[in-house]
Design a protein around this ligand. Sequence first.
Ligand code: IVH
Length: 682
Amino acid sequence: MDNLYVGKKINMPRDLDKVKKRIRELRESINYHNYLYYVLDQPEISDHEYDQLMRELIGLEEKYPQFVTPDSPTQRVGAPPLEKFETVTHTLPMLSLENALSEEEAREFDERVKRFLKMEEPIEYVVEPKVDGVAIELVYEDGKFAVGSTRGDGYIGEDVTQNLKTIRSIPLVLIDRFEPPPSRLEVRGEVYLSIQGFKELNQRRMKEGLSLFANPRNAAAGSLRQLDSKITAERPLDIFCYGIGLSVGRTFQTHWEVLGTLSKWGFKINPHIKCCMGIDQAIEYCKYIAEIRHDVPYEMDGTVIKVNSLLLQDRLGVKTRSPRWAVAYKFKATQATTRIIDIKVQVGRTGALTPVAIMEPVNVGGVEVSRATLHNPDEIKKKDVRIGDTVVVQRAGDVIPEVVMPIPSKRRGDEKFFEMPTTCPVCKEPVEKPPGEVVPRCPNPRCPAKIKESIIHFASKGAMDIDGMGDKLVNQLVDKGLIKNVSDLYYLTFEQLANLERMAEKSAQNIMEAIERSKKTTLGRFLYALGIRHVGEHMAQVLADNFGSLEALKEAGEEELMAIEEVGPEVAKSIVGFFKDGYNLNIIDRILKAGVNIEEKKVVIKPALLGKTFVFTGQLESFTRDEAKRMVQGLGGLVGSSVSRKTNFVVVGKEPGSKFEKAKRLNVRILSEEEFKKLIAT
Ligand code: IVH
């Protein structure tokens, strides 16, 4: 007994040592994999393996709470909600940047720098994307994350340490393998929310009836200023670090060296940074960043041009609030504020009534905008937009400008609520709104607005691609009674076109030629051009791939259509309904009679496959799912997404899913990959 007691007494600390050692190992391993995943985007282990490490650590820390430390990866979420934020005084002020709004102003910045330094030779600059988020500072003491704060007024910010800890790309412990970090290190960066993250967050808020964020920056700021860090943890915030404040005992020669060293310590640095010799190169690179602006998953509002040499930075110094050694070269803003003068209702091709804001003209991203969509009456209600409101409008790429939200504080009291009309503003037919739908529609097939829009769509690029047949010409043709539907386009004469106002003979000739050229088309384009509800460009191609000919599609029933992956009941119903309608069939007939030639896919029909439905499950070895699908379709078969009694074959690859079980249950013929290969080869 004595021995045992002694043994235990001696072993206990040793066991605890073991536990401590294992906890240390786990933390190091988790931190390392965290870094690979969140900072470098190059994971080495599966999510499952990572979860296992994390679970083991959580288990040990629960059992041995004496070993829990604030820098443990388990501590990223879990702090109790705060009453209010404490304040943090920045050791060195967090400055802001002066803006350059044109290339000329960026060159003026370079001239100012040279004049100040009395230098004539080109200056070396570092160009960085200016990510649109929230400026923060991270303080590390002996390589451990100690305090994180917002910029605040530049001198005093708010302590948002708990919230920053939830951001996985912020290291809690620095990597010291390459170089031990200084005893105190202050790192500055931009916390942001990806565009996808922002959209998902707003969708969730919309469902919950909460107010929406206008843009990812506001959403990031709102998320970072949560008193309960559990809420922050649910928002996929990320960071790019771009500089340092104080760094005790470690000096640097260049800004480039700062960024490189931060990266070695485990901080996330934007991959699109570049060192440029002279302002010409720097501006050229800024233009490149502007080009790739929409290819990155987050919003940027410009680039930052920084003098690379820290010695020169020092000599240049700072003005009151901004350094002389850097400038923000801003893109043209894609959001702006203006006033809504009126709300009008537009009728689209499908009869959808869309409320459109008529606004005081405003420049958004270099384009003058005076109309913006309000989507539908429900959106107007949700956002509480009123006639007379000052609103935020935005324009992204080629997308139609939209009203983001009103600014209620700018209301004067004479704003008016918008009432959606109950009759079509063009043909006066009472509008319909099926229960559960948000969009009211004009049901009149002869509504001139619908006819015009359907013709514009028919002639558009992805459809029949009739060059020159834009909205102005279509309006004229319909108003003059020269065309009543899309088929009439193919019966227009040169004289009719040439007689139109402001139409030169040459232009009329060009349009006649464009109409002629459009007669040679593909099934996908033709189906899309017809403007069948729920059949967009992609769906039209799916249908073309599956049916190969217009005749085959015309014959298809709802069930046959729904056997195709991607075709749901609504789409199937709409297609069958379209081809049942005599009015539509008549139009198609007239188009074909005019000589429109639809290139049919060469389907080498295999009687064994004709009309048979295949469903795939599991991984195939010889080809991808897509290849297999195309093979079946090319031989006259159909491809379904789910197994039913109507399925003829289920092709089973490696690790099949529940479809395999269902096929067995329903007695559907099961083919191995080899059997499938034989079937299509014979
Ligand atoms: S440097 C003294 N670099 O832009 C230098 N700022 O007014 C101060 N920002 O909200 C900042 N990306 O957080 C710098 N690569 C970058 C940046 C950047 C975004 C933000 C910054 C601040 C504003 C500057």
